[in-house]
Design a protein. Structure first.
Length: 239
């Protein structure tokens, strides 16, 4: 083999090796999509797709941290893997349930009452497997780890179009109305006796009534009259 032929063979082998080394599978990731991805849009359905990167365990939970401007109470569950349940947290929500098949991806959707007035929304996501492993899709940009294992990789981002002309922020979700003050009952609204009337009743209870005093006075007058009559008769008889 000539020197030129050997050089060509070496160059070809090096090129092939370089291609093989660079042709690694793309790193797994979590994505978020929406048909009406527009600032201040209402009742928008968001679909999240989480790819598996484990060859030994299935995904059991996704925890999504909501961006500023979206409250957990403004998110409702639309659809997800069979048997999975939705629950809100202090800063977002979780969807979890029985482990999907090993290597299987997970897709779920939620409806947001209104998107905030922003250019993009970042949904940091923690992806848990049945063996306890957690992929942290929380970085704002490319990961610095260089190996694409999902620990500290880029968070899913939803790009928003500018708000429609005239669009405004809807009022906050109404809270429960306060309990009305009970209407006073008839027993509660009855008028209490005036102090004067109460005193009169007390006097009547503690002493003789006015009628009794009148009766006593009349008896005294009658007795006095009888005594005077007797005295007069006796005086006439003596004369």
């Amino acid at each position: 083999m000539s020197r030129t032929t050997r050089r060509l063979a070496v160059a070809t082998a090096a090129a092939a090796t370089a291609v093989l080394l660079t042709a690694v599978p793309a790193a797994a990731h979590v994505e978020v999509e929406a048909k009406n991805a527009q600032a201040l849009a209402q009742n928008v359905e968001l679909t999240f797709s989480a790819e598996s990167e484990s060859a030994t365990a299935g995904i059991t939970q996704l925890r999504v941290i909501l961006p500023k401007g979206i409250a957990p109470s403004d998110v409702t569950y639309e659809d997800g893997p069979e048997g999975w349940k939705f629950a809100t947290t202090d800063d977002g929500y979780t969807v979890k349930g029985p482990a999907v098949k090993v290597g299987g991806d997970v897709e779920h959707s939620v409806v947001v009452r209104q998107l905030p007035d922003a250019k993009e929304l970042v949904f940091k996501t923690l992806q848990t497997y049945s063996d306890g492993k957690v992929d942290r899709w929380i970085e704002l940009g490319e990961s610095d780890d260089g190996h694409g294992h999902g620990h500290g990789n880029e968070a899913p981002v939803l790009e928003l179009k500018a708000a429609a002309p005239g669009a405004t922020t809807v009022s906050p979700t109404p809270s429960a109305s306060p309990t009305p003050t009970p209407t006073p009952t008839a027993a509660q609204t009855s008028v209490s006796p005036t102090p004067q009337a109460a005193d009169t009743e007390q006097d009547e209870d503690s002493g003789l009534s006015t009628g009794a005093w009148i009766g006593i006075a009349a008896a005294v007058v009658l007795v006095a009259g009888a005594v005077a009559l007797v005295v007069r008769r006796r005086g006439g008889a003596q004369q």
